[in-house]
Design a protein around this ligand. Structure first.
Ligand code: UFG
Length: 330
C-alpha cells in the first residue's frame, strides 16, 4: 500500500483529494498550518501534523517519522485579488514554501510529486479551448507564483530527478457526496458558494462582476469542474508517476463554458429559490473566457470526469451548503 503526504490536505481541493486517496486504499499523511484550512475537513483515517511548509525542520521531522512514497502538494495561498494587493505573501508562501518542500524531499530521497497549478497561468487566453502548450502570461501575482512553482519543479527534476505532474485546474466547485466536506473559504470570494449563500438567505444578492464582456450574455465564461473529479485526477497522476510515467502538465476542466448569468440560473433551478442579482464593475484581472481542453489528461492519465453536468455539480454544492450554512463552524 502506498503512503502519500498531502501538504494542504485541510483545504478545499486538498481535503477532497485526501478522501479520494483513502477511498483508493492509500495511507495518507496530512500537513497543514490551518491558516485557511479546517481540521474538521481532514479525513479521520489520515494522520495529521500541524505545521508550515516554510518550516524546513518541521518538514524534515515528518519525512523522518513517515515512510512516504509520493507527495501531493496543495499548500498555497490562492486568492487572485489578495495576490494583487499582497504579492510578496504569495511569493513567500507559494514559491518559498515549495522551495522548502522540494529541499526536504531531496534530503529524504522522495522523488514523486503532484502539484496544484491553475488556469491563471494563461492570463488572457489566445485560443478557446486552452491547450497546455498555449502561451502562459499570468495576469495576476497568484498565477505568476504558480508558474514559477512549475518551473522550479522542472529545474529540480533536472538536478535531482524528482518527477512531477502539474495539474492546472479551471473552476473547482461542488462537494463530496457524503456531505461531510465542501467548499468554505474565509472570506468567500468564489461564485458558486456566493450564489448559494444568496439562495439560502445568508446574503442579500450576488454582485455580477461585469456585464459588458465580449461573451454571449456579457458576463464572464468559466469551465466549472467537480472537485471530486479533480481529486480523482490527483490519484491517477500519482499512479502515473509511481508506474514510471514522465513529468507532465495537464489542464483539468470539462471543456464547456458557462457564463456567470447561466450559473445563477442553474442555481435558481437547483435550489428552487430566486437569487437576486446586482450588476457591479468588472473585477481586476478577470479574463473574459477560460475553457480547458483536457484531452491530454484523458489520453495520458485516463481521466474521465464522473460529474460533468453543471446542474449536478451545483446540486452537490447545495447539499453541502444546506447542511453547513456556516461552513465548518456548524
Ligand atoms: N464572480 C461574480 N461575482 C462574485 C464572484 C465571482 O460575478 O461574487 C464572477 C467572476 O468575475 C468570474 C466568475 O464569477 O468571472 C468566477 O469567479 P470565481 O471567483 O468563482 O473564480 P475565478 O474564475 O476568478 O477563479 C478561479 C480559481 C482561481 C484561479 C482562477 C483562474 O478559483 O484559483 O480561476 O483565473 F486562479
Amino acid at each position: 500500500m502506498k503512503t502519500v503526504l498531502v501538504p494542504g490536505g485541510a483545504g478545499y481541493i486538498g481535503s477532497h483529494t485526501v478522501y479520494a486517496l483513502v477511498e483508493s486504499g492509500a495511507e495518507v499523511v496530512v500537513i497543514d498550518n490551518l491558516e485557511t484550512g479546517y481540521e474538521k475537513a481532514i479525513h479521520p483515517k489520515a494522520r495529521f501534523y500541524r505545521g508550515d511548509i516554510r518550516d524546513c525542520a518541521f518538514l524534515d521531522s515528518v519525512f523522518s517519522h513517515e515512510s512516504i512514497d509520493a507527495v501531493i502538494h496543495f499548500a498555497a495561498n490562492s486568492l487572485v485579488g489578495e495576490s494583487m494587493t499582497d504579492p510578496l505573501k504569495y511569493y513567500d508562501n507559494n514559491v518559498g514554501g515549495t522551495r522548502c518542500l522540494l529541499r526536504s524531499m531531496v534530503r529524504h530521497n522522495i522523488n514523486i510529486v503532484v502539484f496544484s497549478s491553475t488556469a491563471a497561468v494563461y492570463g488572457e487566453p489566445e485560443n478557446i479551448p486552452i491547450l497546455e502548450s498555449d502561451r502562459t502570461a499570468p495576469a495576476n501575482a497568484y498565477g505568476e507564483t504558480k508558474l514559477a512553482m512549475e518551473r522550479m519543479f522542472g529545474w529540480t527534476e533536472l538536478a535531482h530527478g524528482i518527477r512531477y505532474v502539474s495539474l492546472r485546474y479551471f473552476n473547482a466547485c461542488g462537494a463530496h457526496e457524503c456531505g461531510e466536506i465542501g467548499e468554505a473559504h474565509k472570506p468567500e470570494t468564489h461564485l458558486i458558494p456566493i450564489v448559494l449563500q444568496a439562495a439560502g438567505g445568508k446574503r442579500e444578492n450576488v454582485s455580477v462582476y461585469g456585464s459588458d464582456y465580449d461573451t454571449r450574455d456579457g458576463t464572464c465564461v468559466r469551465d466549472y469542474v467537480h472537485v471530486m473529479d479533480l481529486a480523482e485526477a490527483h490519484v491517477l497522476a500519482v499512479d502515473h508517476l509511481l508506474k514510471g510515467g514522465k513529468s507532465d502538465i495537464f489542464n483539468l476542466g470539462n471543456g464547456v463554458g458557462f457564463t456567470v448569468s447561466e450559473v445563477i440560473k442553474t442555481a435558481e433551478n437547483v435550489t428552487g429559490r430566486p437569487i437576486p442579482v446586482a450588476v457591479a464593475p468588472r473585477r481586476a484581472g478577470d479574463p473574459a473566457q477560460l475553457v480547458a481542453s483536457s484531452q491530454k489528461a484523458r489520453d495520458v492519465l485516463g481521466w474521465n470526469p464522473r460529474t460533468p453536468s453543471l446542474k449536478a455539480i451545483v446540486g452537490t454544492a447545495w447539499h453541502w451548503h444546506r447542511s453547513h450554512p456556516n461552513g465548518y463552524q456548524d
